[in-house]
Design a protein around this ligand. Structure first.
Ligand SMILES: C[S@@+](CC[C@H](N)C(=O)[O-])C[C@H]1O[C@@H](n2cnc3c(N)ncnc32)[C@H](O)[C@@H]1O
Length: 205
């Protein structure tokens, strides 16, 4: 793992990965398992949300160079390796027709670690921000796609999870769904069918 990280990251960023248990999980279990799973799939498009400098090695951690790897961040000027398919600069909490128009049901996998489940983000979200964020994820993810989510077990984490569970349901994915790592929990979600969402909405009416 250190070998892969140090090819793309500074010494400081490698130390950051070594110091955090959730990062060890991402490097040794999350990304390699996704990479292996998509070895024989005809479509393998992955969107990684929240990039910054220390996620430059994420594509390499998949150990599957055939994966079409996209990054997304609302902050401009992320430092992106040449072998990524694209970097999308956009704010997921905003209504933006671009997501559906250019990436409608495009991705097989969306990785959301440290963004919606990070209290620094979610605590500043209004209900509208949450709805926009989830709507944008739903519009970009294929109906058969997987949404990998990490939740920090702090603050309003239960409400964040409950909100996601209105639109997604947890699914099994090897040994990496519903794992608690210290102060974090991870889930692999799939979209609920329109029928299931409608049933839930009807319950509230
Ligand atoms: C904790 S950081 C990095 C998360 C990264 N996935 C990781 O695990 O290392 C959170 C990132 O999410 C980005 N971000 C926060 N809110 C966002 C939003 N509404 N839309 C898109 N990106 C957002 C920030 O700019 C920041 O780069």
């Amino acid at each position: 793992m250190i070998n892969i990280l140090s090819k793309k990251l500074s010494d400081g960023d490698v130390s950051f990965w070594k110091a955090h248990a959730d990062r060890d999980f991402m490097a040794t279990r999350l990304f390699p398992t996704i990479g292996k799973h998509f070895q024989h799939s005809s479509s393998k498009r992955l969107l990684d949300i929240g990039i910054q400098s220390y996620n430059r090695a994420d594509k390499d951690l998949l150990q599957n160079s055939a994966i079409e790897f996209y990054g997304l961040d609302k902050s401009q000027n992320c430092d992106i390796p040449d072998d990524w398919a694209n970097m999308i600069y956009a704010d997921l909490s905003q209504v933006n027709s671009f997501f559906k128009r250019d990436f409608g049901e495009y991705f097989d996998v969306i990785v959301d670690y440290g963004v919606l489940g990070w209290p620094e983000v979610s605590e500043n979200f209004s209900i509208t921000d949450f709805k926009n964020y989830i709507n944008n994820i739903l519009s970009m993810l294929k109906d058969t796609g997987l949404y990998f989510f990490k939740n920090d077990l702090k603050g309003q984490y239960q409400q964040v999870k409950d909100f996601i569970c209105e639109y997604f349901e947890p699914t099994l994915f090897y040994d990496i769904s519903h794992v608690t790592i210290g102060v974090y929990e991870t889930f692999v979600f799939k979209k609920k069918t329109t029928k299931m969402v409608k049933k839930q909405i009807d319950r509230f009416l």
